[in-house]
Design a protein around this ligand. Structure first.
Ligand code: GLN
Length: 309
């Protein structure tokens, strides 16, 4: 067994036994049905070695982790013009906050808070029907993960569509400033559905490989994005990927990472590994509680923090 395999196995076992698990998200009713005891961890290193622990092949709702991939797609479509519609500064506010939109003419602070991700979705939607835009997002996810079985959990999408009043408010508020181009219902429909993509830790770790390896998926050889773009997406993940918990995540884990309220985190150790962890219980900022603790243990053990060993 390699050092990495041993680390992943031991951390997974330790996490399964911990009593502190955080709170499973319940504001999207369908997410509240998930087993709080679940825990999965998958690491794929630069050579393609896979180390897996726990529920590594159980699909979960990736939620806001999808925002990394919609950001990548939107940058591919409109390039740096994207930054007219969304900023790239940490918000220091909760993921679903509306306050800053008033100060900044409806332009969200970054592409990972809900408002920013809805604006990014709107960019992808422009010139397309909602179904086409959603198909493009899903196909891109299947392409980067090299797995055509990845699908949307329609029950989660419908659940959020029924209860997403806050996101509706954000979208309508941005629309009033002209930041949203398409009918709000269309943009939100695509947004709720891409948040409802279901993936396993194994699939997610595969999907993150291009970010860990300067834009290229080493398994397929595909250059997904230019190295500069991968580097910049990683920078935004580091500064904004955990909302108002981003500073704490950088301090403790030291890697670019993106969380979702389904309890998943995708983390990138540049040049070294792509990592996916899942534990549904969340901390106060809406980030996976044990997911972060597991990543902290892993990066410490492997010496992977981008800030030094
Ligand atoms: N779909 C969720 C929402 O819009 C995503 C939030 C998240 O994962 N942080 O509220």
């Amino acid at each position: 067994m390699t050092e990495l395999e041993r680390a992943v196995r031991e951390i997974s076992e330790e996490m399964r036994q911990r009593p502190d698990r955080g709170e499973v998200a319940s504001y999207i009713p369908e997410l509240a049905r998930v087993d709080p005891q679940a825990f999965g961890l998958v690491v794929i290193d630069a050579d393609g070695n896979v180390a897996a622990g726990g529920d590594s092949d159980v699909a979960f709702s990736i939620q806001s982790i999808s925002k990394v991939f919609t950001l990548t797609l939107a940058l591919g479509t409109v390039g740096d013009r994207l930054w007219r519609r969304v900023g790239r500064e940490p918000s220091g506010s909760p993921f679903n906050s509306i306050v800053q939109l008033e100060r900044e003419q409806g332009v969200p602070r970054n592409p990972f808070i809900n408002a920013g991700a809805i604006a990014v979705t709107d960019v992808i939607l422009s010139g397309h029907q909602p179904r086409e835009a959603l198909g493009e997002i899903l196909r891109f996810m299947q392409f980067v993960a090299d797995d055509s079985s990845i699908a949307i959990d329609e029950a989660v999408a419908a659940s959020e569509q029924r209860t997403g009043f806050r996101n509706s408010a954000l979208a309508n508020y941005m629309k009033s400033f002209g930041v949203i181009e398409n009918p709000v219902a269309y943009t939100l429909g695509v947004y709720f559905h891409h948040c409802a993509i279901a993936m396993t830790c194994r699939q997610l770790a595969k999907a993150g490989r291009f970010l860990a390896h300067s834009g290229r998926n080493p398994a397929t050889g595909h250059l997904v994005v230019q190295p500069e773009r991968a580097r910049r997406i990683n920078a935004i993940m580091l500064t904004c990927g955990h909302y108002d918990g981003s500073g704490e995540f950088a301090y403790r884990v030291g890697l670019p990472g993106k969380s979702g309220v389904g309890g998943g985190i995708l983390a990138v150790a540049p040049g070294k590994a792509s990592i996916a962890v899942w534990s549904p219980g969340l901390d106060a900022a809406g980030n996976s509680h044990l997911g972060r603790i597991a990543l902290e243990a892993l990066t410490r053990r492997m010496g992977w923090s981008i800030f030094g060993t």
